[in-house]
Design a protein around this ligand. Sequence first.
Ligand code: UGA
Length: 436
Amino acid sequence: MNIMVVGTGYVGLTSGSSFAELGHNVVCVDIDERKINQLRQGIMPFYEPGLQDIVVRNVKERRLFFTTSLSEAIKSASVIFIAVGTPSLPNGSVDLSYVEQVAIQIGKNLIDYKIIVNKSTVPVGTADLVERIIKENMTDKKVSFDMASVPEFLREGSAVKDIFNGDRIVIGANNLEVADILMKLHEKLNIPIQITDIRSAELIKYAANSFLAMKISFINEIANIADGVGADVIEVAKGIGSDKRIGNQFLNAGIGFGGACFPKDVKGLIEIAQKSGRTLPLLEEVIRINDNQYRSVINKLLSVYPDLTGKVITILGLAFKPNTDDMRDAVSISLVRSLFEVDPSLKINVYDPIALEAAKQVIKGNVEYCNSIEEAISNSDAILIVTEWDEIVEFDYKKNINLLNNPVIIDGRNCLDLSGGRIDGFIYRSIGRKPI
Ligand code: UGA
């Protein structure tokens, strides 16, 4: 099948190259000329394990092409995926301007029948909006097209793996012919497919992300209670998660969720509710809990050092999660800002295996960017673990204890293995577990 994917961000590039890997002919379109040129040379616009391999292989085997020309790419495509960004506006609502621009371009260049699929996370009703914009911009009003919605459920850092091993594919279509074509497009993936209407598919995406975010805020609240009553949140998560109705995933308590999806999509769903005349206090609370969660790390630091004057603090991990250089809504940003608010005299050393460059654009203040864990912890008074990269989890803290000025670890991800005396000699605090 011939496919055009508009947008070469996480969703567009990963799904486009995966469709090529399945044997389809794919043209990825982006307005960013530099990005397109780099992709043609096999240079990825972001760090994502395994992605470069499939891009390079499929470009070489001439199943995957990159262009800035939507008007050219559209000619041979029978299915068009819209996978451009839908960021949050300052008031929390979803910015659909990129989607609208693409719809205008598709309308202007539509000369024969296509299936047009929204893959970006878009508010319920956006397929109708896109349909209307395309119709308004079509030069030949007799050409027909169908809209569909196939939301993406991949996670950054494991995007390629997720596409080939997803739990389900949701296809929202308004007639069976369209659903059938989209099923054929995905059939080699061998993943259960749910066919539904377009609006339900659009809502499934927001509901799924909001539910997962809710699980995280829930377990973070339980962690805060565990701190108060002397229980262990890891034991509690295990105990509740082994009930299949609850499930054991996304119950890792920590410093809170970040990234381009959960904060934006939970707020997006709240706005969808408001627009339909309802409220979503449950999800408002999910956001409020998350916005405050990083403070528990600062409070634990203050419980060790009531006075932080002149202290050197090391932050290990800056990206919003491991295996990505994505700093969008990363908790490290609020943490650094808040630490300087608590005490402007602090010296803060930071280290991340991949995200240092991206972090320099968004983390403000007198921060020392370090090139290794050893450099970052030298002469430090406390280590704050923010992102559980393997390198940070597996680092031999005990062996390097003498590099530190004071042996203190605040583990914001509950990620260190405490067995076998691995952190002997350290004052250790984590989220919802007894202090050591
Ligand atoms: C999320 C969803 O998991 C994907 O299914 C979805 O497709 C994607 O959003 C999207 O809408 O594009 P992603 O944001 O890449 O994926 O990353 P997650 O692995 O879900 O992690 C999100 C945040 O939650 C991270 O900051 C992570 O550290 C945090 N988290 C996750 C926890 O604090 N505890 C957990 O138990 C799990």
